[in-house]
Design a protein around this ligand. Structure first.
Ligand code: ADE
Ligand code: ZN
Length: 346
């Protein structure tokens, strides 16, 4: 469990919210990593959880990704993926998360000989009982690794076809700079034809051209991060005009050194510019905090008042994919009503 999540969260951070930018593999806490390693007869190159945590000092996105992919070696069976998702959902519930749209990286597992069917089945077991057990509705989004080939992405989409009843959309993640979205034009077109929703990481480390390509070439409905959009006023105007939500991840930005300190985060300027901003955790086991911790951290650093926090919480449901059928529409209306009625005690 992260340090931040051990201390009880203030009520303002526990406001009901949707988590829209969450890599399930990035919720692998050191304790669970060692437990799964022991279960699967794997020796990790760290003496214990404390030594592993000392590796969590990242210089940039790539230095994080190196550790993130290496630690996935402990995830092998359906039970492992189920345990991973269940542990995340239990923690997220304590943080006020009521709905989670969860990313997974199929290629990071198939490259190690773990079949996509194993990953989806394990995750789905935890997700299927999440509403009953944790009070969190869920959706699953499969991401293509942008530092792999377009052919590999297309093969991954093909291999996911038997499981599309459990997958709501596609995303694009991993090393951004040098891997523009246009490489994935065809696979996104094919995903669209299959009825999948489309999101992509863009503007995390990459400049605004990466966000333009995600919009114009891939046709994404939501941009993951989009932090650097503020460097291009025309891009901001486009995102505002089309009401394209951004899934910001403030603690991640600091840990990956996209910004120096949270006080420098452009969240308020982005909201004031009319952008539909949401606050999310990205890879909470690695970046020191879950969704509520991120609300708390930006709340403190940027002196957000209760109405700003309420706006962020409302935005998270507005930006969600809870719009595909009547049950989801009802969920969304219920969650937004919870946000409007939420009473802050601090
Ligand atoms: N995969 C997991 N976390 C990521 C991030 N923050 N950016 C790109 N790819 C990722
Ligand atoms: Zn991410």
């Amino acid at each position: 469990m992260s340090d931040a999540s051990r201390t009880p969260l203030a009520t303002h951070a526990r406001i009901p919210k949707a988590e829209l930018h969450l890599h399930i593999e990035g919720t692998l806490e050191p304790e669970l990593a060692f437990e799964l390693a022991a279960r699967n007869g794997i020796t990790l190159p760290y003496a214990d959880t404390e030594e592993l945590r000392t590796a969590y000092l990242f210089a940039d996105l790539q230095s994080f990704l190196d550790l993130y992919y290496a630690l996935m070696a402990v995830l092998i069976t359906e039970d492992d993926f189920e345990a991973l998702a269940d542990a995340y959902l239990a923690l997220a519930a304590e943080q006020g998360v009521r709905h989670a749209e969860i990313f997974f990286d199929p290629q990071a597992h198939t490259a190690r000989g773990v079949e996509i069917g194993t990953v989806v089945a394990g995750l789905h077991r935890a997700l299927a009982r999440s509403e009953e057990r944790h009070g969190i509705s869920t959706k699953l989004i499969m991401c293509f690794l942008r530092d792999q080939s377009a052919e590999s992405a297309m093969e991954t989409l093909e291999s996911a076809k038997p499981y599309l009843d459990k997958i709501v959309g596609v995303g694009l993640d991993s090393a951004e700079v040098g891997n523009p979205a246009s490489k994935f034009r065809d696979v996104y077109a094919a995903a669209g034809e299959l009825g999948l929703r489309k999101v992509a990481h863009a503007g995390e480390e990459g400049d605004p051209s990466y966000v333009w390509e995600a919009l114009d070439v891939l046709g994404v409905e939501r941009v993951d991060h989009g932090l650097r959009s503020m460097e291009d006023p025309e891009l901001v105007a486009r995102l505002v005009r089309d009401r394209i939500p951004l899934t910001l991840c403030p603690m991640s930005n600091v840990r990956l050194r996209t910004i120096d300190v949270l006080e420098d985060h452009p969240l308020v300027a982005m909201m004031d510019a009319g952008l539909l901003c949401t606050v999310n955790s990205d890879d909470p086991a690695y970046f020191g905090g879950y969704a509520g911790d991120n609300f708390h951290a930006v709340g403190e650093a940027l002196a957000l008042d209760h109405e700003r926090l309420r706006e962020l919480a409302r935005n998270s449901f507005v930006a969600s994919f809870l719009d595909g059928n009547e049950d989801d529409e009802r969920r969304r209306a219920r969650y937004i009503a919870e946000v409007e009625a939420y009473e802050f005690e601090d």
